[in-house]
Design a protein around this ligand. Structure first.
Ligand code: ADQ
Length: 467
């Protein structure tokens, strides 16, 4: 395969971020390494097979980076100014759309300048794709930051086959209708041939909105547009590289890490674990409060049980995330000052991101996993935990508001708003018989190993290419 950037390609992925991170060594040499993550793992082989290109922002403002060839496919960095990062990314994507699409769990912020920047940047991504795509190429647009790209791109290049996948929930019409630019955003998606969601409920919400547009009708999972096209709308629940995770978790390196981790935590009898981006959708406040109360009430003994919570810093320049970070620090401090001893902290909270091997070791030592978002498109952590466990004596507590709840039906289900209910379910999950837990784990394991990230990508692309 050629090592130079191709003029035109038959397969394109467009995402807000590129699948590579820049590394600069001590001598100042620059290299690009694949960023770890499910989407990259899933799409790399597809792109290599099809000789494709990935269009996305490289992560640094006010800088133009030339296209380059990476690991079998082309990379086309899209430049963003510092002001665009603020308005298009931190503003409209993460302070308007993100909370709105997550049931308004915090108040979405509406600014007309952010909307202007959002349109401008979406147009830039679409122009870049229009330039790179060969006649009749397949283009796969990822996620809410690029909501307008399908329609812009169709206007520029009607010959293309365009797919869009939304990684986050799609809200009910009553909430969506607050958005001053709701018509434009629905039209934006209707430019695609295929629009994929995490759950059938999200797909249904979108179809209900679509058919309110003048001249648009909808039937049997399709929207029929004014210009006579059919847009297929359905769910494609995303997954993980299950075998990859399992192999990693059972590798010698991770086993050694596991022993060290257990030791560092003071060799407790039971380890409860949570890991999330530090995001208000992940239900951290409720989760920490519930476990804290169980410690305070003496139902959990800090000499026997440790709750390890990891939270990756995220979107730190967005106001709500700063508030959340301070709230959680305070809550953790309050709990630890009341329960536990200097030698036995009840709650071990780390505000950091860890390498994949360390994460796998954490899944391995966790007797109980808490995944309690107040709203989540899917939630990959729940699936990663199941894939990493080789021990049947484990339990997953899962929020009914995560997309994953539709598939992992055997989990201990909770409503994260119901703190008492969550406390009772945590205790049940800790005390149920090994037989009951083993049956649940086996059933969820079958699910996670059957429906992997490759199945997700293949399903989506087969449907798109059949259009
Ligand atoms: P996210 O909201 O980021 O994804 P999630 O699906 O849980 O949520 O994925 C997070 C990923 O980050 C997982 O792979 C996890 O292992 C990793 N991670 C989290 N904290 C970490 C830490 N401290 N150290 C290392 N790794 C960490 C969005 C949607 C989800 C949807 C995904 C995929 O919000 O609903 O499941 O996209 O579509």
């Amino acid at each position: 395969m050629s090592e130079t950037v191709q003029d035109k390609v038959d397969f394109l992925v467009i995402a807000n971020r590129l699948p590579v991170d820049r590394k600069i060594d001590d001598e100042g040499n620059v290299s690009w390494q694949s960023s770890p993550g499910g989407l990259v793992t899933a799409l790399e082989p597809v792109m290599q097979r099809k000789g494709g290109a990935w269009i996305g922002w490289h992560g640094a403002p006010d800088e133009v980076v030339e296209p380059f060839h990476h690991d079998g496919y082309d990379i086309h960095p899209v430049p963003l100014s510092a002001q665009e990062v603020e308005e298009y990314y931190e503003g409209f994507s993460n302070a308007t759309l993100w909370p709105l699409y997550h049931d308004c769990v915090v108040e979405p912020v509406f600014h007309r300048e952010w909307w202007d920047a959002f349109q401008k940047v979406n147009k830039r991504f679409a122009e870049q794709a229009a330039e790179q795509a060969a006649e009749g190429a397949t283009v796969w647009v990822q996620d809410y930051q690029l909501n307008l790209v399908p329609t812009y791109l169709r206007e520029m290049r009607p010959d293309l086959r365009i797919g869009f996948f939304l990684h986050i929930p799609f809200p009910p019409i009553e909430l969506y209708s607050r958005l001053p630019w709701r018509e434009e955003l629905v039209e934006g998606l209707l430019g695609a041939d295929l629009v994929g969601f995490q759950t059938p409920g999200a797909a249904a919400n979108f179809l209900r909105l679509a058919k309110r547009r003048p001249g648009v009708t909808a039937s049997r999972g399709r929207a029929h547009t004014r210009d006579g096209r059919d847009v297929v709308v359905r769910d494609f629940p995303i997954s993980i590289d299950s075998r990859g995770f399992h192999e990693l978790a059972t590798s010698e390196k991770v086993q050694a890490e596991t022993a060290k981790l257990r030791e560092d935590l003071g060799n407790p009898e039971t380890i409860i674990f949570g890991v999330d981006r530090l995001d208000y959708t992940k239900g951290l406040r409720q989760r920490i409060r519930a476990v804290g109360e169980l410690f305070k009430e003496g139902k959990l003994d800090p000499h026997e049980v440790v709750f390890l919570q990891l939270a990756t810093p995220s979107r730190e320049r967005v106001e709500e995330y700063k508030i959340l970070r301070d709230d959680i620090n305070q809550l953790v401090g309050q709990i630890n000052s009341k329960v536990g001893t200097i030698a036995n902290r009840a709650l071990v909270y780390r505000n950091e991101s860890v390498p994949r091997e360390v994460l796998a070791a954490m899944y391995q030592v966790a007797d109980l996993m808490l995944v309690t978002p107040v709203r989540d498109g899917m939630n990959l952590v729940a699936k990663e935990y199941i894939a990493c466990r080789s021990n049947d004596d484990s339990a997953l507590v899962l929020s009914e508001f995560a997309g994953a709840a539709r598939e992992l039906k055997q989990a201990y289900m909770v409503n994260p708003y119901d703190i008492d209910g969550m406390k009772a379910t945590i205790m049940k999950a800790l005390t149920d018989s090994p037989k009951v837990k083993a049956r649940k784990m086996r059933s969820m394991r079958r699910q996670v190993f059957d429906k992997t990230i490759d199945v997700w990508a293949d399903d989506f692309l087969t449907e798109l290419e059949g259009r």
